[in-house]
Ligand binder design. Structure first.
Ligand code: NAP
Length: 322
């Protein structure tokens, strides 16, 4: 790789075989596999390596680590990836275009070009979109129990949602001594049975068929207005914290700029080799949907890198199936 790169009117472009966007489990795994396959590569990460896993208090289903904090696991993974690949932290891709046979990236810190792109951009927290949510965000409204739980020790909190995140958060907050209720819009959780059993074991209160109508408070959260969707009854429950855990929205804006096909939810559509419909563009991890597990992201990143290697090494072979 030539680090000086061709000069253009808009500044130097640094060339790589593959540029990976995002340093969560998918991007880090892709970086390791890309470099080990002999391709030049960087990972561009707008924040710090780790992605959403950083906010998981406890991971118990990543093989080899029976129980580990999300932050710790991602430290280990990022350290491993750094042995192979440069991770550009705090460098956000602001523009991504195809230019002939290459892709050109403009970031907050430079310009790059590559022959292939792996999108590992992840997802972000879905909002409730109710009165008070935005205004009181960071003042009692939180999307991350691990990050903020400490401030709610022994206080009354409500967790909203019925998936693995909601139940994991509820258990974490309960372990911090919070008085926890879970408000869920249906009468059944989609979370793993094992988490449901743990919630039942700890007698955490569950408000079934309940949605948040409003988050109440002047400068900080003091209550939450809840509505039972079956009876229509509205109840104002005094709480200090509202932990919103109602799922993820894919970060697929850059994919859209490349004309990559997506499903109605905005998740990038990939084949079993993690190729998108656009040649030499791959996607892995949460942005590509699926089961959204660390093992799946790690698999996707590795497979995407190996597909890129195949396509760059034999450009007329792999796609024709010949
Ligand atoms: P999720 O599985 O999509 O669950 C989102 C929950 O929020 C659902 O219960 C959903 O209700 C509810 N919801 C969605 N929109 C809502 C709205 N506007 N108002 C009220 N409720 C709403 O999301 P997640 O729990 O964040 O999990 C995301 C992925 O990460 C999943 O694949 C999950 O398995 C994985 N994950 C795994 C672990 C683990 O294995 N330890 C931990 C965390 C997350 P409905 O059920 O009615 O749709």
């Amino acid at each position: 790789m030539d680090d000086s790169g061709p000069k253009t009117e808009r500044g130097p472009l640094t060339d790589y075989d593959v540029v990976i966007i995002g340093a969560g489990p998918a991007g880090l795994s892709a970086g390791i596999y890309a470099r080990r396959a002999g391709m030049s590569c960087i990972i561009l990460e707008k924040g710090v390596p780790g992605g959403q896993v950083l906010t998981s208090p406890k991971i118990e289903n990543y093989p080899g680590f029976p129980e580990i904090e999300g932050m710790k696991l991602m430290d280990v993974m990022a350290e491993h990836a750094r042995m192979y690949v440069d991770i550009r932290e705090g460098e956000e891709v602001t523009r991504l275009v195809r230019s002939g046979e290459r892709f050109e990236f403009t970031t907050t810190n430079g310009r790059y070009s590559s022959r292939a792109v792996i999108l590992a951009t992840g997802s972000f927290h879905r909002k409730l979109d109710v009165e008070g949510e935005e205004r009181l965000s960071g003042r009692g409204v939180s999307y991350c129990a691990t990050c903020d739980g400490f401030f709610f020790k022994k206080k009354k909190v409500v967790v909203v949602g019925g998936g693995n995140t909601a139940l994991t958060d509820a258990l974490y907050l309960h372990s911090m001594g919070c008085e926890v209720s879970i408000a869920h819009r249906r009468d059944a959780f989609r979370a793993d049975r094992h988490l449901q059993d743990s919630v039942a074991d700890r007698s955490i209160a569950i408000l079934w068929d309940t949605v948040v109508e409003e988050i109440v408070g002047e400068n900080e959260v003091t209550a939450v207005k809840l509505r039972n969707v079956k009876t229509g009854a509205v109840d104002t429950k005094p709480v200090s914290g509202v932990f919103v855990a109602v799922g993820e929205v894919p970060s697929s804006q850059l994919a859209a700029e490349l004309g990559v096909r997506m499903d109605p939810g905005g998740f990038v559509t990939v084949d079993m080799s993690f190729r998108t419909n656009v040649p030499n563009v791959y996607a892995a991890g949460d942005v590509a949907g699926g089961i959204r597990q660390i093992v799946a992201a790690v698999h996707g990143g590795a497979a995407a890198a190996l597909s890129a290697f195949e396509d760059l090494a034999k450009p007329y072979y792999s796609r024709s199936g010949g």
